[in-house]
Design a protein around this ligand. Structure first.
Ligand code: UDX
Length: 436
């Protein structure tokens, strides 16, 4: 198939490259010339393990190309994916669809022959109807149909998630699109990966329901963690115990400092907004959002309580800035709230992150960026693990103790069992684990 991917960010670049790797001819489009030129020279605009190699392999195989010229890329395409950003407008949960609708207008003007227009971006329920209206208004004679095909890619695992999905969801209103979508995902379909065909609005809602449920599940684990600390129980054991119930499952029950990222915060807010607009509020998700926000901000208080005494002038070492490991993404990262609150209390903050320090500069300031975990710990009154990078999973506690001011580990991801740190003379403060 000849496929055009509009938007070469986290979703579009991974999706376009993987579709090329399936054997399709893919043109990735972006209006950011610097990004496109970088891609043509093999420079990735995002950090995603394995992506650079996959892009280069498919460029060399002649299956993948990049351009800023949307019109030429759309002509002759069997399918045109819209994978542009759909950012949340600050705080009110409204999704900014400016880029989606602009792409729809440009596609409309360039369509030739029957074309399946696919919304890959996460878009509120009903957006597909609006995209269809816009294209028909701009080009009344265009022969097209609009399909919803949401992605379920996790940053840091996006290629694996694309190539081995739990399912492919397709929302369509025109049966002609079914054949095209089956052909596009043929390698997955032939390998028995489940493909769900449903209506366009149902498909759009599935995406939000999926992320909202995952965010709620994490938040449930986080609240259980607080209760565990109060009653003297162990949240890791609670998570294991309930996770063995196959109706619950063990994943996304790791208690931590709260969820971040570009999706859960944005998608939960958008779902709440849609539900309110249709006078069918989703109160569980409203509560999930509120609990998560309070939690992220409350983590600094946890650190201060563990350090004790006057915070002004204390040095706190932060390990991990990104919202999760294996990404450089700082969006809604808990570290932002934690560092801000510690600095407001007069603390000196040192930080180390394997990938996120550069991208963190727009979110935090007055932080001493360290060379590695041990450099970060120099003179620290507490070492705080905020993101569970592999680089932090085998720290040499004896070496840390020689550089730190106090042997205090605040482990917000429960990377270590308390006794592992205590054996080396550290005080260990975890999440949901009563520290003896
Ligand atoms: C998420 C969804 O998983 C993915 O399907 C969707 O397409 C995009 O949003 P992503 O945001 O990349 O993916 O990260 P994810 O791995 O889901 O983690 C989201 C946040 O939840 C991170 O801050 C992570 O630290 C946190 N988390 C996750 C927990 O706190 N506990 C868990 O058990 C799992």
């Amino acid at each position: 198939m000849q496929i055009t991917m509009i938007g070469s960010g986290y979703v579009g670049l991974v999706s376009g490259t993987c579709l090329a790797d399936f054997g399709h001819q893919v043109i990735c489009v972006d209006n950011d010339e610097t990004k496109i030129n970088g891609l043509l020279e093999g420079r990735m605009p995002i950090y995603e393990p394995g992506l650079a190699d996959l892009v280069l392999t498919n460029i060399r195989a002649g299956r993948l190309s990049f351009t800023t010229d949307l019109a030429s890329a759309v002509k002759g395409a069997d399918a045109v994916f819209i994978a542009v950003g759909t950012p949340a407008r600050r705080g009110d949960g409204l999704t900014d669809l400016t880029y989606v609708f602009a792409a729809a207008r440009e596609i409309a003007a360039a369509i030739e022959g029957f074309t399946v227009v696919v919304t890959k971006s996460t878009v509120p329920v009903g957006t597909g109807d609006e995209v269809e209206r816009i294209i028909r208004e701009v080009n009344p004679t265009a022969d097209f149909t609009v399909v919803s095909n949401p992605e379920f890619l996790r940053e840091g695992a996006a290629i694996a998630d694309f190539k081995k999905p739990d399912r492919i969801v397709v929302g369509l209103e025109d049966e002609r699109a079914r054949e095209v979508m089956l052909e596009i995902y043929r390698p997955l379909y032939l390998n028995q990966f489940p493909m769900q065909f449903t209506s366009r609005r149902t498909s759009e809602l599935i995406k939000y329901a999926n992320n909202a449920f995952l965010a709620m599940k994490i938040t449930f684990a986080n609240e259980m963690a607080d209760l565990c600390e109060a009653v003297g129980a162990n949240v890791l054991e609670v998570a294991r115990g309930i996770g063995l119930d196959n109706r619950i499952g063990p994943k996304f029950l790791q208690a931590g400092p709260g969820y971040g990222g570009s999706c859960f915060p944005k998608d939960t807010l958008a779902l709440v907004k849609t539900a309110q607009d249709y006078d069918s509020p989703v109160r569980l998700i409203e509560t999930t959002i509120a609990v998560n926000e309070v939690r992220k901000r409350g983590m600094a208080r946890k650190v201060m309580a563990a350090v004790g005494g006057e915070m002004r002038g204390k040095t706190i070492a932060i390990l991990g800035l990104t919202f999760k490991p294996n990404t450089d993404d700082m969006r809604e990262a808990p570290s932002i709230s934690i560092i801000q609150a510690l600095q407001d209390a007069g603390c000196i903050v040192r930080a180390y992150d394997p990938e996120g320090m550069e991208s963190s500069r727009t979110s935090i300031s007055n932080v001493h960026y360290a060379r590695d975990a041990y450099d970060c710990a120099v003179g620290a009154d507490a070492l705080v693990i905020v993101t569970e990078w592999d680089a932090f999973r085998a720290l040499n506690f004896e070496r840390l103790k020689t550089v730190m001011n106090k042997p205090l580990l605040i482990d917000l991801r429960n990377v270590y069992r308390p006794e592992e740190a205590q054996r080396h003379g550290f005080t260990h403060v975890g999440v949901g684990i009563a520290s003896r």
